[in-house]
Design a protein around this ligand. Sequence first.
Ligand code: FCB
Length: 522
Amino acid sequence: MDRRQFAVRSLAAAAGVSLLRGGNAAAQSDAPASEPLPGLLADRPGAVPESVIRAARFPEGFLWGTATASYQNEGAWNEDGKGESIWDRFAHTPGKVRGGVTGDVACDQYHRYAQDIALARQMNMKSQRFSIAWPRIQPTGMGAPNRKGIDHYSRFVDTLLEAGIRPWCTMYHWDLPQALEDKGGWPNRELAQYFADYAGILAKHLGDRITVWAPFNMPWAIAFMGYAAGAFPPCRTSFTDFLKAAHTLALAQAEAHRAVKAASPRATFGSAYEMAPAYPKTDSEDDRAAAARYHAMNNVFFLEAAMKGRYPKAFVGEPPYEQMGFRAGDEKLLYAPLDWVGFHYYTRRIVSDASKEHFESGGKFSGTEIENNSPGGRDPYTRFRAAMPTEGPLTDAGLEVWPRGIYDLVTQISREYDHPIIEITESGCGYLDETDVETGRVPDGRRIAWYRETLAELSRAIQDGAKVRAYHAWTLIDNFQWAEGYTERYGLIYTDFRSQKRTVKDSGRWYAKVAASGLLTV
Ligand code: FCB
């Protein structure tokens, strides 16, 4: 089943939703009590009981926030000296992005950031995860910084601080300068040094005000989706390039860590990994081993590299060091222990073994990271199949709703890495919201239900000892959703892409109350 089929099934499921009463309806302060919003079925597989939602508590000072990314929001793709990125090139290539749209304008946030930050402030946000577009700072990925690019982000950060919002910086959310792709892209080991130079520039110019840094959004996706699956730019389909890219990214993560700390004594350094809890398909030893390989490859590959200076057991047999371009002494370079661990939660995976099957051509991916069931396994090295189950309902963006997954993931990482400080860097759901023409509101009850249940499960993990200090909802405003263009809406704020008008959705108003009270029954 591909992503669109998922979406169709999920729309069908939505048509049958019952009305969720109680806390959800009560959250809509000006929603008439007689018209509760549609939520998610209370007795569906994976539903979280109301009692758990009522019991949810978050620690004093918990940082509520949202996450965004430069290419998805900023627009202004060729202003103020910005260079071309691989996403500019991809979106400008016919047939790549659904609907033939681009991020040339997106939410026009490059010009409208003050308004968007004011909305975040009204929503009681205390942390804003945003990314800096490398080609605004170094148009070709090398050399002296572009003053106008630095000035833009300097103003952006000042505006956040004035609003009482912590600036949280991702240095790279996928918009590689095209000039560096032309030099071989991430499989070229030299990019680790270019990236470290860039990271040092950011810390030097912004490190007096930004203290929370992460090098990469979703490094596994950068390597696999870009160089093996070919679904994201630069659209290569070589497993060797994927392995080399992964190794360069792990080296770059550590080099950037050193560069940032050297330039800014106040810096703390963490991550923004994608993670999905992996459940073995059966109880067989082979499937359990495959689920462990999935966890090692997709969840902790870069975390293990940073914390321990080695790669985890992600492969059948030894890591393919030679294909990766691993050199003697690299374990020392990889080591750069994180101050805190950041990761996303959207959904889960069911994993089975494919090590004894004939490997054919590799997993098939849709525009995002959703993997189809691939007969011979995903790749010749990890040899597992990872499917997203459809036991719970699907969002309109095609991801299974499985709130329990965040509990399992957060407690697993806490156990395995000796209870680190954790930040949830992204978490959210895509629904095709519409404005109600009569009231002007955006009644997105399913999104409220999604967050209530996911946050209730997160609270359980905290009560069981996980040191989670922040949660960033993906995302502040509807934006450009990569290869899916503008066909998926993840925002707490609705964006009318013709007029650029923003409307806080019902979920945004609800989240604002959660942020103010620390309770989910608002
Ligand atoms: C994540 C990406 C983010 C956004 C969400 C929906 O994989 O990090 O940019 O697109 O998915």
